[in-house]
Design a protein around this ligand. Structure first.
Ligand SMILES: C[S@@+](CC[C@H](N)C(=O)[O-])C[C@H]1O[C@@H](n2cnc3c(N)ncnc32)[C@H](O)[C@@H]1O
Length: 204
């Protein structure tokens, strides 16, 4: 818990989450999915844009803070907070139009299961954006405070996510990958995988 509390201000609102939601641009007619929502940086950005959001988060106190945040922001039933993981969201199949995960992929216990679950819940034509900031890139603004120590943090199942491995898993699960590699998100070096479900777009 203390590990996350240190980062609470950055998890309340973050430019990376704002940029991810802006890139996916969920509309007021759509249902979005925030995987590993934390205390709701992405969820609150999306609900402001008018969409409904399902916030899947396995850590109980994070869910409680997000619940309080939703009450304070009077979002009503537009946010549903769910006890789940990337690997097991508990959501019904084909119910999500736009899904993202910010800084959670390195926590997933089973990449293939997480990707298969995404493919199951994302509706045909739905879109996905997975982003892990690359704190191990020396040009990342938080490299000194976070990235250089990360290899010793055993809570992370793999310290650096390989976008090509994620891409292969997504293709295997029937997703169309439009980008998998390193990119700058809100000026921060990041590992990015962007995909859609069942569309005919060419793979980049
Ligand atoms: C660094 S926080 C990021 C939270 C939020 N996405 C953000 O950008 O502020 C990582 C989150 O991943 C969650 N998490 C841990 N294991 C997970 C899993 N297997 N699937 C999905 N989320 C997970 C943690 O509970 C935590 O809220």
């Amino acid at each position: 818990m203390l590990r996350y509390l240190r980062h609470a201000p950055k998890m309340w609102r973050s430019e990376v989450n704002d940029a991810v939601v802006a890139r996916l641009a969920p509309t007021s007619h759509e249902t979005a999915l925030d995987i590993g929502a934390g205390i709701g940086a992405g969820t609150m950005a999306a609900v402001k844009s008018g969409s409904r959001v399902v916030a899947v988060e396995p850590t109980p106190y994070m869910r409680r803070i997000l619940q309080l945040r939703c009450v304070l922001a009077r979002v009503g039933d537009r946010v549903r907070i769910v006890d789940g993981t990337a690997e097991a969201t508990t959501l019904d199949a084909d119910t999500i139009d736009a899904g993202w995960a910010v800084n959670t992929m390195h926590h997933w216990t089973n990449l293939d299961a997480g990707v298969a679950e995404l493919a199951r819940v994302i509706a045909p034509g739905g879109r996905v954006l997975l982003v892990d900031e690359d704190f191990e890139d020396p040009t990342h603004p938080d490299f000194e405070s976070f990235g250089s120590k990360r290899a010793d943090d055993h809570s992370h199942h793999f310290p650096t996510v390989d976008p090509k491995v994620v891409e292969a898993a997504m293709k295997h699960a029937g997703m169309t990958v439009t980008f998998a590699g390193h990119d700058s998100i809100a000026g921060r070096p990041s590992i990015v995988v962007e995909a859609s479900h069942g569309s005919d777009q060419a793979s980049a």
